[in-house]
Design a protein around this ligand. Structure first.
Ligand code: ADP
Ligand code: MG
Length: 327
């Protein structure tokens, strides 16, 4: 959700849908290129639907982002004096409740309170920094456990180190809202691809949509492909999206809430779920957990894979059934 351009905006997922009857539109939303693909629809209807979906996704970005000038309830929370109550927008409150549940279920790997730490590292700002912050500054920016409190419709924080950051989940939610708007407008077959976070509905002229998963160290190559029909969300989190190299070390934007440093166990993590919101949050959590997190997702029946820090591919049971590795 950072308000800036990504390094490889459209390359992490290569969506193969070259049929001329498909309709394509690209918009710049949430700091990334969002690709809309619609199949088997009247062009005028499709164009209108895509415009409405893009507006809805922009509305979500405005509501959740903390990295632009515009004020919102998330930023008000982040400025609030610890112990005082803040009213969050209903949608923000709903996504925050879900984020806190995923924080629990992922044993803390996913943490929606890393705003201060993320600002310190500077990964959501332009230009990217060239050196990591000091260990003291990192320690002083890690939020205390359980720092977000809910009291009826009001929310508060226990510490100034506790700042909301929906960077790992709001893009997924925006995609879900975009798909809802497309459907309401009468679209049955479509893909929304927001720089590697995607949701597909329907089919591609009766055939499955083919989704390629980007190789984390070779932008033009794919790890393999997944064929999906129906309503499916596929999200990848990678260390190649926003990073810099300092003295031979790679520093990237997915943080381990325990150490306060970029998570070191993965190069990329992909999760398939019922909604893009869930797939987005869990792909970030899985990236932090590394290969051992795959079982956790298997228990929740979510197909998932991880490329570990050495570049080795790990695939869980549900993913094995649908993933075709590149030969
Ligand atoms: P992207 O937004 O590039 O697709 P992610 O979905 O993995 O990637 O989200 C990364 C963003 O989420 C970071 O830029 C930051 O705002 C936030 N973030 C970083 N680490 C975590 C974490 N462990 N838990 C929750 N949010 C995180
Ligand atoms: Mg995510």
């Amino acid at each position: 959700m950072a308000g800036m351009f990504r390094l490889f905006p459209v390359l992490f997922l290569l969506v193969s849908c070259s049929n001329s009857a498909d309709m394509h539109e690209t918009r710049f939303i949430m700091g990334t290129l969002v690709e809309f693909t619609v199949a088997d629809a009247d062009p005028e209807l499709a164009e209108n639907a895509i415009r409405q979906a893009a507006e809805e996704m922009q509305r979500i970005d405005d509501m959740f982002t903390i990295y632009r000038e515009r004020d919102n309830s998330v930023k008000r929370f982040n400025r609030s004096r610890p112990g005082t109550s803040v009213r969050l927008d209903n949608e923000v409150a709903r996504i925050l409740s879900l984020a806190l549940a995923i924080q629990q279920e992922s044993n803390g790997a996913f943490n929606p309170a890393l705003g201060r730490l993320n600002r310190l590292w500077g990964f959501s700002m332009e230009p990217l920094p060239s050196h990591p912050p000091s260990e003291d500054a990192i320690r002083a920016s890690i939020p205390p456990a359980g720092c977000i409190r809910k009291d009826g419709n009001e929310w508060s924080r226990t510490s100034e180190r506790c700042e909301l950051d929906f960077g790992a989940i709001a893009k997924g939610y925006a995609i879900d809202r975009g798909i809802a708007v497309l459907r309401r407008a009468g679209i049955q077959h479509a893909i929304i691809n927001a720089g590697g976070d995607i949701r597909v509905i329907g089919s591609h002229h009766g055939k499955p949509w083919r989704i390629g998963l980007r190789h984390p160290r070779s932008a033009g190559d794919v790890l393999g492909t997944i064929e999906v029909k129906g309503d499916v969300s596929i999200v990848t989190s990678g260390d190649y999206e926003r990073f810099y190299i300092d003295r031979g070390r790679r520093y990237h934007h997915i943080l381990d809430p325990e150490s306060g440093h970029p998570a070191a166990l993965s190069q990329s993590a992909t999760v398939i779920a019922e909604t893009a919101t869930l797939a987005d949050a869990w792909s970030t959590a899985l990236f932090v957990l590394g290969p051992t997190g795959l079982k956790l997702l298997e228990r929740r029946q979510m197909p998932a894979l991880v490329v570990d820090r050495r570049g080795r591919l790990h695939v869980n049971g549900p993913m094995r059934a649908i993933f075709q590795p590149a030969s």
